[in-house]
Design a protein around this ligand. Structure first.
Ligand code: GAR
Length: 194
Protein backbone atom coordinates (compact mmCIF):
# COMPACT_ATOMS: atom_id res chain seq x y z
CA UNK A 1 0.00 0.00 0.00
CA UNK A 2 1.46 3.37 -1.06
CA UNK A 3 1.43 5.91 1.77
CA UNK A 4 0.80 9.51 0.79
CA UNK A 5 1.16 12.90 2.44
CA UNK A 6 -0.87 15.72 0.86
CA UNK A 7 0.14 19.38 1.19
CA UNK A 8 -2.36 22.17 0.64
CA UNK A 9 -2.79 25.94 1.09
CA UNK A 10 -6.48 26.49 0.46
CA UNK A 11 -9.90 24.92 0.17
CA UNK A 12 -8.57 21.43 -0.49
CA UNK A 13 -11.29 20.34 -2.93
CA UNK A 14 -8.80 18.17 -4.82
CA UNK A 15 -7.54 16.79 -1.50
CA UNK A 16 -11.11 15.82 -0.64
CA UNK A 17 -11.50 13.91 -3.90
CA UNK A 18 -8.26 12.04 -3.20
CA UNK A 19 -9.42 11.26 0.35
CA UNK A 20 -12.66 9.85 -1.07
CA UNK A 21 -10.78 7.73 -3.62
CA UNK A 22 -8.36 6.46 -0.98
CA UNK A 23 -11.30 5.40 1.18
CA UNK A 24 -12.32 2.87 -1.47
CA UNK A 25 -11.13 -0.60 -0.45
CA UNK A 26 -9.58 -1.36 -3.83
CA UNK A 27 -7.63 1.91 -4.13
CA UNK A 28 -3.93 1.05 -3.72
CA UNK A 29 -2.87 4.18 -1.79
CA UNK A 30 -3.67 5.59 1.64
CA UNK A 31 -3.34 9.19 2.82
CA UNK A 32 -1.42 9.12 6.09
CA UNK A 33 -1.22 12.86 6.80
CA UNK A 34 -2.30 16.24 5.42
CA UNK A 35 -0.16 19.33 5.91
CA UNK A 36 -0.50 23.02 5.09
CA UNK A 37 1.56 26.20 5.11
CA UNK A 38 -1.21 28.02 7.00
CA UNK A 39 -4.37 27.21 8.92
CA UNK A 40 -5.95 26.22 5.61
CA UNK A 41 -9.69 25.67 5.26
CA UNK A 42 -9.03 22.34 3.55
CA UNK A 43 -7.54 20.81 6.71
CA UNK A 44 -11.15 20.27 7.74
CA UNK A 45 -11.38 17.52 5.09
CA UNK A 46 -8.55 15.62 6.80
CA UNK A 47 -10.32 16.03 10.13
CA UNK A 48 -13.58 14.75 8.59
CA UNK A 49 -11.83 11.64 7.28
CA UNK A 50 -10.00 11.01 10.56
CA UNK A 51 -6.60 11.65 8.97
CA UNK A 52 -3.87 13.37 11.03
CA UNK A 53 -3.09 16.89 9.90
CA UNK A 54 -0.66 19.68 10.72
CA UNK A 55 0.22 23.13 9.55
CA UNK A 56 3.58 24.85 9.51
CA UNK A 57 2.68 28.56 9.24
CA UNK A 58 5.01 30.13 6.72
CA UNK A 59 4.46 33.59 8.19
CA UNK A 60 5.93 32.56 11.53
CA UNK A 61 9.35 31.60 10.19
CA UNK A 62 12.26 33.97 9.62
CA UNK A 63 13.08 32.50 6.22
CA UNK A 64 11.80 30.07 3.62
CA UNK A 65 14.70 27.79 4.54
CA UNK A 66 13.67 27.76 8.22
CA UNK A 67 10.06 27.04 7.23
CA UNK A 68 11.25 24.24 4.95
CA UNK A 69 13.21 22.61 7.75
CA UNK A 70 10.13 22.61 9.99
CA UNK A 71 8.02 21.13 7.18
CA UNK A 72 10.67 18.49 6.47
CA UNK A 73 10.68 17.51 10.16
CA UNK A 74 6.88 17.10 10.16
CA UNK A 75 6.96 14.97 7.02
CA UNK A 76 9.77 12.86 8.47
CA UNK A 77 7.44 11.79 11.29
CA UNK A 78 5.12 10.15 8.76
CA UNK A 79 7.67 8.85 6.23
CA UNK A 80 5.19 8.81 3.32
CA UNK A 81 6.15 7.03 0.12
CA UNK A 82 4.81 9.96 -1.90
CA UNK A 83 4.09 13.66 -1.30
CA UNK A 84 1.23 15.23 -3.28
CA UNK A 85 1.16 19.02 -3.62
CA UNK A 86 -2.54 19.71 -4.06
CA UNK A 87 -2.81 23.48 -4.17
CA UNK A 88 0.27 24.19 -2.03
CA UNK A 89 1.05 27.73 -3.16
CA UNK A 90 4.73 27.75 -2.13
CA UNK A 91 7.96 26.60 -3.66
CA UNK A 92 9.54 23.88 -1.57
CA UNK A 93 13.05 24.65 -0.37
CA UNK A 94 15.97 22.26 -0.87
CA UNK A 95 15.57 20.85 2.64
CA UNK A 96 12.26 19.29 1.56
CA UNK A 97 13.18 18.57 -2.05
CA UNK A 98 16.43 16.75 -1.33
CA UNK A 99 15.05 13.89 0.75
CA UNK A 100 11.92 13.39 -1.37
CA UNK A 101 12.50 14.19 -5.05
CA UNK A 102 11.39 12.47 -7.30
CA UNK A 103 8.65 11.28 -4.92
CA UNK A 104 6.81 14.61 -4.95
CA UNK A 105 4.05 15.34 -7.47
CA UNK A 106 2.03 18.49 -8.10
CA UNK A 107 -1.30 19.30 -9.70
CA UNK A 108 -1.46 22.42 -11.85
CA UNK A 109 -4.47 24.13 -13.45
CA UNK A 110 -2.93 24.60 -16.92
CA UNK A 111 -1.46 22.55 -19.74
CA UNK A 112 2.21 22.72 -18.76
CA UNK A 113 4.65 23.99 -19.88
CA UNK A 114 2.03 26.63 -20.71
CA UNK A 115 1.19 29.03 -17.86
CA UNK A 116 3.35 27.81 -14.97
CA UNK A 117 3.34 29.50 -11.56
CA UNK A 118 0.79 30.69 -9.06
CA UNK A 119 -1.79 32.05 -11.54
CA UNK A 120 -2.17 29.39 -14.20
CA UNK A 121 -5.87 30.03 -14.78
CA UNK A 122 -5.63 33.84 -14.75
CA UNK A 123 -2.61 33.80 -17.08
CA UNK A 124 -4.39 31.56 -19.61
CA UNK A 125 -7.38 33.92 -19.66
CA UNK A 126 -5.12 36.96 -20.02
CA UNK A 127 -3.36 35.33 -22.97
CA UNK A 128 -6.69 34.89 -24.74
CA UNK A 129 -6.12 31.21 -25.59
CA UNK A 130 -9.06 29.07 -26.70
CA UNK A 131 -7.95 26.10 -24.64
CA UNK A 132 -5.95 25.52 -21.51
CA UNK A 133 -5.79 22.37 -19.39
CA UNK A 134 -4.78 20.49 -16.28
CA UNK A 135 -1.50 18.74 -15.51
CA UNK A 136 0.06 16.45 -12.94
CA UNK A 137 3.84 16.66 -12.84
CA UNK A 138 6.85 15.47 -10.88
CA UNK A 139 8.24 18.30 -8.77
CA UNK A 140 11.81 19.39 -9.37
CA UNK A 141 13.74 22.49 -8.30
CA UNK A 142 12.06 24.70 -10.94
CA UNK A 143 8.62 26.31 -11.05
CA UNK A 144 6.35 23.67 -12.64
CA UNK A 145 9.19 22.39 -14.82
CA UNK A 146 9.27 18.72 -13.82
CA UNK A 147 8.35 15.73 -15.99
CA UNK A 148 4.67 15.60 -16.97
CA UNK A 149 2.82 12.49 -15.75
CA UNK A 150 -0.66 13.30 -17.09
CA UNK A 151 -2.45 16.21 -18.70
CA UNK A 152 -5.65 17.03 -20.51
CA UNK A 153 -6.98 19.94 -22.57
CA UNK A 154 -9.96 22.03 -21.41
CA UNK A 155 -11.72 24.62 -23.58
CA UNK A 156 -11.89 28.26 -22.54
CA UNK A 157 -15.51 29.29 -23.15
CA UNK A 158 -16.77 32.73 -24.16
CA UNK A 159 -17.63 34.63 -20.98
CA UNK A 160 -15.34 32.53 -18.77
CA UNK A 161 -13.83 34.31 -15.79
CA UNK A 162 -11.10 32.95 -13.56
CA UNK A 163 -13.57 31.30 -11.17
CA UNK A 164 -15.73 29.62 -13.82
CA UNK A 165 -12.75 28.33 -15.78
CA UNK A 166 -11.03 27.07 -12.63
CA UNK A 167 -14.20 25.25 -11.57
CA UNK A 168 -14.21 23.39 -14.91
CA UNK A 169 -10.50 22.58 -14.62
CA UNK A 170 -10.65 21.17 -11.10
CA UNK A 171 -12.72 18.05 -11.83
CA UNK A 172 -10.22 17.14 -14.56
CA UNK A 173 -7.31 17.73 -12.17
CA UNK A 174 -9.00 15.45 -9.62
CA UNK A 175 -9.48 12.67 -12.10
CA UNK A 176 -5.88 12.92 -13.34
CA UNK A 177 -4.49 13.09 -9.79
CA UNK A 178 -6.45 10.07 -8.55
CA UNK A 179 -5.36 8.10 -11.59
CA UNK A 180 -1.69 9.12 -11.34
CA UNK A 181 -1.49 8.22 -7.64
CA UNK A 182 -3.11 4.86 -8.45
CA UNK A 183 -0.60 4.22 -11.23
CA UNK A 184 2.33 5.14 -8.98
CA UNK A 185 0.97 2.77 -6.33
CA UNK A 186 0.64 -0.12 -8.78
CA UNK A 187 4.07 0.48 -10.28
CA UNK A 188 2.65 1.46 -13.68
CA UNK A 189 4.42 4.80 -13.18
CA UNK A 190 7.98 4.45 -11.88
CA UNK A 191 9.10 7.80 -10.50
CA UNK A 192 12.69 6.66 -10.25
CA UNK A 193 12.92 6.38 -14.06
CA UNK A 194 13.63 9.81 -15.55
C1 GAR B 1 -5.88 23.58 -7.81
O1 GAR B 1 -6.47 23.99 -9.01
C2 GAR B 1 -4.39 23.39 -7.99
O2 GAR B 1 -4.04 22.88 -9.22
C3 GAR B 1 -3.90 24.78 -7.85
O3 GAR B 1 -4.61 25.28 -6.75
C4 GAR B 1 -5.92 24.70 -6.77
C5 GAR B 1 -6.24 24.21 -5.38
O4 GAR B 1 -7.61 23.98 -5.22
N1 GAR B 1 -2.49 24.82 -7.67
C6 GAR B 1 -1.69 25.71 -8.25
O5 GAR B 1 -2.10 26.63 -8.92
C7 GAR B 1 -0.22 25.50 -7.99
N2 GAR B 1 0.56 26.34 -8.83
P1 GAR B 1 -8.18 23.19 -3.97
O6 GAR B 1 -7.51 23.76 -2.72
O7 GAR B 1 -9.65 23.46 -3.97
O8 GAR B 1 -7.87 21.73 -4.17
Amino acid sequence: MLTVAVLISGAGSNLRALLEAANEPDYPARIVVVGADREAEGLAHAEAFGIPWFFVPFAEYASRAAWGEALRDQLAVWQPDLIVLSGLMRLLPASVLEPWVPRIINTHPAYLPEFPGAHGVRDALAAGVSQTGASVIVVDAGVDTGPILAQERIAVLPGDDEASLHERIKPVERRLLIDVVRRIATGEIDLSTP
